[in-house]
Design a protein around this ligand. Structure first.
Ligand SMILES: *[C@@H]1O[C@H](CO)[C@@H](O)[C@H](O)[C@H]1NC(C)=O
Ligand SMILES: *[C@@H]1O[C@H](CO)[C@@H](O)[C@H](O)[C@H]1NC(C)=O
Ligand SMILES: *[C@@H]1O[C@H](CO)[C@@H](O)[C@H](O)[C@H]1NC(C)=O
Length: 314
């Protein structure tokens, strides 16, 4: 398979997988979708379908192999020495062209600079990185390829968010069972991600996030069991409570934005380990540290009208 064709196939597939191929081309903001778990997972295809369903115009640029621990690593693209993940493309496939780049950050760079102008006629309005498998919280978020790609986009001037879900594992979309717990988690997390991105675009502020910042979003485990049976209270979108968080626990003297009667935001790791939560932290794209209270406040004010956030109770 030639890669330019492959990219096109990819685009079409992400739409048909979401069973929305018959719909008109979305008229909303354009999104570049990338995924550290690679271009062929059921999660990235679910995310594509959900974004498309949310009226986002869409292009996908993701590595041909898993890059989830790549952080912000960048490398010169080389021809692939191994087949793509799940054998979705052969060894020896050219690195130049579209998807098979050698580093996570390169996929997003390539997507912004080359793929988006080609397919969207411009740079994207937003970059969605993930939903990737496993949470990227606290100090470990720095090492995450998911956050690395979102941060790279923000550094290139494109607002972005990184999404990670506890209940996902990378699975080939072409062989995944749509009724499996993994497929349902992918669909659920995708729908949640689209709700957040839609809420950002509902605000009249542009760019939708302050320059040089990105969002690190983590979803707690779902309670969907085998054969898609809900086991307890974390199986639908409505079960998830959104919490505005920080990456690392607050130092005693530090002051976050005042919300929920406190100037200390809960940290994302504590939150996602405490129940059916979606944690949203605002991150400095250059340092991957928490941003100051004023920047947190800017983002919180933009998201407040959507009524997503709840106060976190331990
Ligand atoms: C799924 O995989 C099968 C077997 O490898 C292949 O024949 C088929 O074309 C693939 N379908 C899609 C939609 O990629
Ligand atoms: C995600 O949203 C789509 C479209 O509204 C819906 O069909 C699907 O059931 C949702 N997924 C889950 C797991 O709720
Ligand atoms: C965005 O705004 C529209 C129109 O005001 C509203 O129907 C929709 O629910 C809002 N979406 C979010 C995610 O806030």
């Amino acid at each position: 398979m030639q890669f330019p064709t492959n990219l096109f196939t990819l685009l079409v597939l992400s739409l048909s997988v979401g069973r929305i191929a018959a719909q008109a081309i979305p008229t909303g903001p354009s999104v570049l979708l990338t995924n550290a778990d690679g271009w062929a997972t059921s999660a990235v295809r679910a995310q594509g379908g959900a974004l498309f369903g949310g009226n986002f115009n869409l292009v996908l640029s993701a590595p041909a192999q898993i890059q989830s621990k790549a952080g912000s690593k960048s490398a010169t693209p080389k021809p692939l020495t191994k087949p793509c993940e799940f054998n979705s493309c052969p060894a020896g496939s050219p690195a130049e062209g579209s998807d098979p780049t050698d580093g996570k950050v390169d996929a997003v760079k390539y997507g912004i600079q080359t793929v988006s102008p080609l397919y969207l006629n411009s740079t994207p309005d937003f970059v969605v990185s993930g939903v990737d498998s496993g949470n990227a919280v606290g100090a470990a978020a720095c090492e995450s390829g998911t956050l690395g790609a979102a941060a790279e986009a923000a550094k290139e001037g494109i607002p972005s968010a990184a999404f990670s879900g506890a209940s996902l594992h990378p699975e080939y979309f072409n062989t995944s069972d749509p009724t499996s717990a993994n497929s349902i988690a992918a669909s659920l997390y995708s729908n949640l991600s689209v709700a957040l991105v839609s809420a950002l675009f509902n605000s009249s502020a542009r760019p939708v996030l302050p320059a040089g910042t990105t969002l690190n979003v983590n979803f707690a485990p779902t309670s969907v069991g085998v054969a898609g049976k809900a086991k307890s209270k974390c199986a639908t979108m409505g079960d998830f409570k959104w919490v505005f968080t920080r990456v690392v626990p607050a130092a005693k003297h530090a002051k976050d934005v005042e919300t929920c009667g406190s100037t200390h935001l809960p940290d994302e790791e504590t939150v996602v380990h405490s129940g059916c939560f979606a944690a949203v932290s605002v991150v400095n794209a250059h340092t991957k540290d928490d941003v100051d209270a004023a920047t947190q406040s800017t983002v919180l004010e933009r998201l407040k009208p959507a009524g997503l956030f709840s106060c976190f109770k331990h």
